[in-house]
Design a protein around this ligand. Structure first.
Ligand code: EPZ
Length: 417
């Protein structure tokens, strides 16, 4: 376990390169086991959650070779279809192995997934969808046991556009003879990327990015070399820095179309933002305006994963911001830390009202979840004095070498034990 020590208060200037998308890499790594030939994933970023997925691949008997251009995954020797609690309970994305293991072995046993404690995060939509296609499922001491021997292609409606459930049903139906249709599907860019990856191996998936996805069953997949998209949540996190510290940051390797709701908020906050095809430049030399009402909703609306970083930017804005967190029932755990720094925030159920104050003061803080931890790091960059952020390891689940990157734009950040 380590901590970040941050001396805040100075304006930041420079360029930040966006890493590969964590939430594209995780389902792609799981999906790679469905191919009996070699799969190469380029430009891989070794977030902690990626490392945990690689641990699961090794447990299953898959050979993973790290090279200077990415990783080579060889699933020809895969020999297990069960994932124990010590591996599965460390992250949410372990559940992404359910569909691929069913496609591969017809049966799968996975301990209930873990992940950031931002809500109860059930998997009922995943399991109900598999049952609709003929799977039989039973729970045993925290394990989910799925028998997919009688599964057939068919029609599945998701009652909520769950990202993970959409990805699992796509992968569980890849080898089912005939056409499987998913209605009410999630539309996140990471789902499009997963389907591009699977189609590059020979799958027949159409409609990714819409709420109606069709999968025509095939018999096997062929080798592929694939480069996933970049991380829109990291891009958005970086874009919020000048709103907190002042200065000018160029963010390279971002698809502006993936973060349009945030770009809109930044534009309306009296911040300057220049948009080029794969980069954005955000510049602020005075206190930004409050953001008004911001609701988190499934893509293409404002993403829940940027709610906490945005909250930090709202704490010193000139005006009021009302944040409604519609996706997760426990995603305000960063707020008590911000209040300790002098922020004026009130919470009522899923609504968080932020009245901007002139400045925050550094304090001893505790990261409770991945994006909440990132929001505390952002807030401490703008705060007067120094902050210590404990449990900082949790931030490494979805940001890579963040301290080095922040130092490169002039931030005073160091890791302490
Ligand atoms: C993915 O989680 C992301 N994680 C999350 O990012 C992201 O916040 C979330 O999608 C929403 O965009 C990965 O891709 C690894 P959901 P996922 O299923 O798939 C409820 C981050 O910080 N639900 O779309 O778990 C659920 O409780 C992480 O990178 C059910 O009720 O999210 C939530 O309220 C955090 N039953 C809502 O749906 C289910 O079976 C959205 O969840 C599944 C979900």
């Amino acid at each position: 376990m380590f901590k970040y020590k941050v001396y805040g208060g100075n304006k930041l200037y420079g360029k930040l390169e966006v890493d590969t998308a964590k939430n594209a890499l995780l389902p792609i790594l799981a999906g790679s086991i469905m191919c009996d030939q070699k799969v190469i994933i380029k430009k891989i970023t070794y977030y902690e959650d990626v490392n945990k997925m690689i641990d699961i691949l090794n447990h299953l008997g898959v050979t993973v070779k790290k090279t200077e251009y990415g990783i080579e995954i060889d699933s020809s020797s895969i020999c297990k279809n069960e994932i124990p609690s010590m591996l599965s309970s460390t992250l949410r994305a372990s559940i992404f192995f359910l569909g691929p293991l069913i496609s591969k072995f017809k049966k799968a046993t996975i301990y209930y997934p873990g992940g950031c404690n931002i809500g109860c995060r059930p998997i009922n939509i995943h399991l109900d969808s598999l049952k609709t296609l003929g799977a039989t499922i039973y729970d045993k001491h925290g394990y989910v046991c799925v028998d997919g021997t009688k599964m057939k292609s068919g029609f599945v409606h998701l009652p909520f556009p769950s990202v993970g459930a959409t990805e699992n049903v796509i992968m569980a139906s890849l080898f089912l003879k005939g056409k499987t249709t998913i209605s009410g599907a999630a539309k996140e860019p990471e789902i499009i990327d997963l389907c591009n990856f699977l189609n590059a191996m020979g799958a027949k998936i159409v409609g990714a990015g819409t709420d109606m996805i069709e999968i025509d069953g095939i018999t096997n997949l062929k080798s592929v070399t694939f480069t996933p998209i970049n991380d829109r949540i990291i891009a958005g996190t970086y874009a919020l820095i000048p709103l907190i510290t002042g200065g000018e940051i160029e963010i390279d390797g971002v698809n502006p179309n993936h973060i349009l709701p945030l770009i809109n908020i930044i534009k309306n906050s009296s911040c300057k933002i220049h948009i080029l095809n794969d980069k954005i430049v955000v510049q602020s030399d005075k206190r930004v305006n409050g953001f008004g009402m911001v609701e988190t909703l499934p893509y293409p609306h404002f993403p829940t994963d940027l709610q906490q970083p945005l909250c930090s930017a709202a704490t010193t804005a000139n005006g009021t911001t009302v944040i409604v967190e519609n996706l997760f029932e426990n995603r305000f755990k960063h707020v008590p830390n911000l209040v300790k720094m002098g922020a004026n925030i009130r919470i009522k159920d899923r609504v968080c009202v932020v009245e901007g104050v002139k400045k925050l003061l550094g304090a001893d803080l505790q990261a409770e979840d991945l994006r909440g931890g990132a929001s505390l790091l952002l807030a401490s960059l703008g705060a007067e004095g120094y902050s210590i952020i404990s449990n900082a390891d949790i931030i490494c689940r979805g940001y890579f070498d963040l301290d080095k990157k922040l130092k490169s734009i002039g931030a005073n950040v160091e890791i302490i034990e």
